[in-house]
Design a protein around this ligand. Structure first.
Ligand SMILES: Nc1nc2c(ncn2[C@@H]2O[C@H](COP(=O)(O)OP(=O)(O)OP(=O)(O)O)[C@@H](O)[C@H]2O)c(=O)[nH]1
Ligand SMILES: [Mg+2]
Length: 314
C-alpha cells in the first residue's frame, strides 16, 4: 500500500456532520465516458496522484481506490475506466471494473465533459448506468472551458434523462465546485466504519503504481500514433535503501510500432524513461534505476494471460 508520510489533516472547511451524528463512510463509484475527467477529479479530491491522467481517452484501465478523509467521514472513491463498447478482452476487463464499481458502490458520481456535445456515447453511458440504477450525483465537468449560458440547458437536459440526486457544475482541473460536491457526497453516505487508516490513500501496490507512471509518459509521447496499444509490465522491482531497481517490458502489438516508441536513435524512449524516473524518484527516493525493454506481443489485448496480468488485484 502507498501511504502518506503525514496523516491527512481534516479540512476545517469540509462538511462536518453535527456532533451527534456518527462517522460516515462509503464507496463512491466515479464513472463516465472516457476523457471526462474522472481521474483528474479523484486525484484532486484525494490530494495525491493516485491515477494517471492524459489527454487521450481510455487512459484508466483499472478500478483504482482513492481515499478522502474529512472530519467525521471517509469517502472511498473508485476511479474507473471510461464507459465504452468493448471490442477486445482488455476492453471487456475495463468494463468489468466499471460494473464492479457500480455493484459495490454506496453512491455514484457521474462525470460528464460539459464542453462536449451530447451524443451517442452519452446515451450509452446513461443506459449503462440505468442497469445498476445507483443513487447518482451528476458532476458537469470542465466548466472552466465552456460558456456559462450552456450550463442551464445542459442541466435541464440531463435532469430529464435520469433521476439524479443533484446536478453540480465543477472544474476538476481548477477545484471549482469541490465543497458543494463533497458536501453532496458526504450527506448521502451511510454511517459506517473508517475502512482505511488515515495515512492510506490508495489500494495500489507500488509496482502497479510504477507501471502506471511509465504508461502515462508513453501515452503522453505517443498517443497520436499509438492509441490504446501499449502496456507496461513490471518484470522486476527491488526497493533498496539507496536505489530502487525497476525492470519493465513495454508491450506493443506490431513490429512497426516499436520504432515509434524508441524514436530516432532511441531519443523518445530515453525521454520517456527520464520523465518516468524523475516522477518515480519522488515515490521511491532517493534514486531509481529504470530499465525499459520494448517487446512486440501480437494481439496482446486479446491475450487472456497478458490482460489478466494488468489487473493488480488478480
Ligand atoms: N479544461 C479542463 N480540462 C480537464 C478538466 N478535468 C480534466 N481535464 C482534462 O481532460 C483530460 C482527461 O482527463 P482524465 O482525468 O484523464 O479523464 P478520465 O475521465 O479519467 O479519462 P479515462 O481514464 O480515459 O476514462 C486531461 O487532459 C485533463 O487534464 C477540467 O475541469 N477542465
Ligand atoms: Mg482516468
Amino acid at each position: 500500500m502507498i501511504q502518506n508520510s503525514e496523516p491527512q489533516i481534516p479540512d476545517p472547511e469540509s462538511p462536518i456532520p453535527n456532533s451527534k451524528s456518527r462517522f460516515k463512510s462509503g464507496f463512491v463509484a466515479v464513472v463516465g465516458r472516457p476523457n471526462a475527467g474522472k481521474s483528474t477529479l479523484v486525484n484532486a479530491l484525494v490530494g495525491e496522484k493516485v491515477s494517471i491522467v492524459t489527454p487521450a481517452p481510455q487512459t484508466t484501465r483499472n478500478r483504482i481506490l482513492g481515499i478522502v478523509n474529512r472530519a467525521g467521514a471517509q469517502i472511498i472513491l473508485m476511479d474507473t475506466p471510461g464507459i465504452h463498447k468493448p471490442f477486445s478482452r482488455l476492453n471487456d476487463q475495463m468494463m468489468m471494473f466499471v460494473r464492479q464499481a457500480l455493484t459495490e458502490r454506496d453512491l455514484a458520481v457521474l462525470i460528464v465533459d460539459a464542453a462536449e456535445k451530447f451524443g451517442k456515447g452519452d446515451e450509452f453511458t446513461l443506459q449503462f448506468l440505468k442497469e445498476f440504477s445507483p443513487r447518482t450525483i451528476l458532476a458537469l465537468n470542465k466548466i472552466d472551458v465552456i460558456k456559462k449560458p450552456r450550463l442551464l440547458p445542459l442541466m435541464d437536459q440531463y435532469s430529464k434523462l435520469y433521476d439524479f440526486e443533484e446536478i453540480l457544475p465543477i472544474s476538476a482541473l481548477h477545484g471549482e465546485g469541490f465543497p458543494e460536491l463533497l458536501e453532496a457526497v458526504v450527506r448521502r453516505l451511510p454511517e459506517g466504519p473508517q475502512y482505511f487508516p488515515p495515512e492510506v490513500y490508495t489500494d495500489q501496490p507500488e509496482r502497479f503504481l510504477a507501471s502506471e507512471i511509465i504508461r502515462e509518459k508513453i501515452i503522453r509521447h505517443t498517443r497520436r500514433e499509438l492509441p490504446y496499444v501499449t502496456a507496461v509490465l513490471i518484470d522486476d522491482f527491488e526497493e533498496g535503501e539507496t536505489l530502487t531497481r525497476i525492470h519493465t517490458t513495454i508491450m506493443v502489438e506490431k513490429e512497426s510500432q516499436k520504432p515509434i516508441i524508441i524514436g530516432a536513435g532511441g531519443a523518445r524512449l530515453k525521454q520517456i524513461g527520464t520523465e518516468a524516473r524523475q516522477e518515480l524518484e519522488k515515490l521511491f527516493p532517493p534514486k531509481v534505476f529504470l530499465e525499459l525493454f520494448v517487446k512486440v506481443e501480437p494481439h496482446w489485448r486479446d491475450n487472456r494471460a497478458v490482460v489478466a496480468e494488468l489487473d493488480y488485484r488478480g
